[in-house]
Design a protein around this ligand. Structure first.
Ligand code: KG4
Ligand code: ZN
Length: 340
């Protein structure tokens, strides 16, 4: 296939309304993101109904802007890709409906994409040399997955969280120490002023599934620590709590990641998802991978948190395989990775 492939991609699974045009899977011509964070901040988290309504209001504007910035019209687009799961059903439906309407009107092929597949594929955008197979860690607000990327679009999950996702733990701890939503970036920033060894929080290990994760015990330990301080009338050093909590999360993610890479013999390791933009996490992985001679890949922060360029990157490989979705494509809030 010699002709250039231009994918118009749409992402609306949570609180970002996003559209992008991606050329041949790796060249981002536009990446428009309307973030609803300010809208949800007063509630301390994403309110699904409010998110759906805002997506409806913004989706056409964001898509038009993505085409304009790419200097393209629908006539030059090869296919339209959209996240159809997992995520919040209302927000997903807005993106899926918009994509289907465009495909119907402009007679374009439609490709439904798994949100986590998008996160993993974000690594292809800036790492032009990266090719499967490799091991990937997806750490977002809803997922913590250790995934073998066997080939483009072919995945095997070897570890996942038993309870809270890594990002969820960041958000809950941030709320407990009064940082507000979204917690991850705030804990990231505050941790730089704290001592990561000030408080010892637990690192969970699951005997029968060594690559699985559990963060609810850590979250409870932080809450107990805060309550204990309050009862004893001790002042809380929030920066120390943030840094010590963050280190506990990072220690587990890095240990599981590099142990799995070595056990399975991977020389390439990639991180993805919102939490992958955490500066201390990136530093810890870079060091651990370097020590073991493993090449370490990570997207720029803008491609770690939710965006549509990653959906366009994933859709390119699906398009080349001939995978198309029908106009009966529906939102699937609990879609499993690898499921069609
Ligand atoms: O991938 P994403 O944008 O959305 C989901 O698919 O969930 O991830 C959002 C999550 C939130 O929990 C947010 O707190 C976390 O990623 N996050 C971070 C950082 N930036 C975003 N966590 C830690 N450090 C960061 N710098
Ligand atoms: Zn995401």
């Amino acid at each position: 296939m010699n002709e250039d492939i231009y994918i118009l991609a749409i992402e609306s699974s949570c609180d970002e309304t996003a559209a992008s045009v991606v050329k041949n899977g790796r060249e981002v011509l536009s990446n428009v993101i309307f973030s609803q964070i300010a809208l949800h901040q007063v509630y301390g988290g994403v309110v699904p109904e409010i998110a759906s309504r805002k997506h409806i209001e913004k989706i056409n504007q964001v898509i038009t802007e993505a085409l304009t910035q790419a200097g393209m019209t629908l006539r030059e687009i090869t296919a339209v890709a959209v996240t159809y799961g997992p995520g919040l059903v209302g927000p997903l439906l807005v993106g899926v409906s918009a994509a289907k309407a465009i495909c119907f009107a402009a007679q374009l092929p439609l490709i439904g994409i798994h949100h986590i597949e998008g996160h993993i594929n974000a690594n292809y955008i800036e790492n032009k040399d990266l090719q499967p197979p490799f091991l990937a860690l997806v750490v977002s607000g809803g997922h913590t997955h250790l995934v073998i990327v066997k080939d483009y679009g072919v995945y095997e999950i070897i570890g996942q969280t038993r309870d809270d996702a890594a990002g969820e733990a960041f958000d809950k701890v941030a709320r407990a120490i009064g940082l507000g939503y979204p917690g991850g970036p705030k804990i990231d920033r505050l941790s730089r002023e704290g001592n990561p060894n000030a408080i010892h929080f637990p690192r969970a290990k699951i005997e029968e599934a060594v690559y699985d994760f559990s963060f609810s015990g850590l979250k409870s330990a932080v809450l107990n620590y805060l309550n204990g301080c309050e009862m004893k009338g001790e002042t809380i050093n929030r920066a120390d709590v943030a840094a010590s909590f963050q280190k506990a999360v990072i220690d587990v993610l890095v240990a599981h990641g590099v142990e799995a890479a070595q056990a399975y013999g991977f020389r390439k390791f990639a991180i993805a998802g919102g939490v992958a933009s955490n500066s201390a996490l990136r530093g810890a992985f870079a060091e651990a991978c370097k020590e073991r001679g493993i090449a370490f890949y990570y997207p720029s922060p803008i491609f770690c948190t939710d965006n549509a360029a990653m959906i366009g990157a994933a859709a390119y490989y699906e398009y080349r395989k001939g995978r198309r979705s029908g106009l009966d494509l529906n939102a699937v809030p609990n879609l499993k990775l690898g499921e069609r």
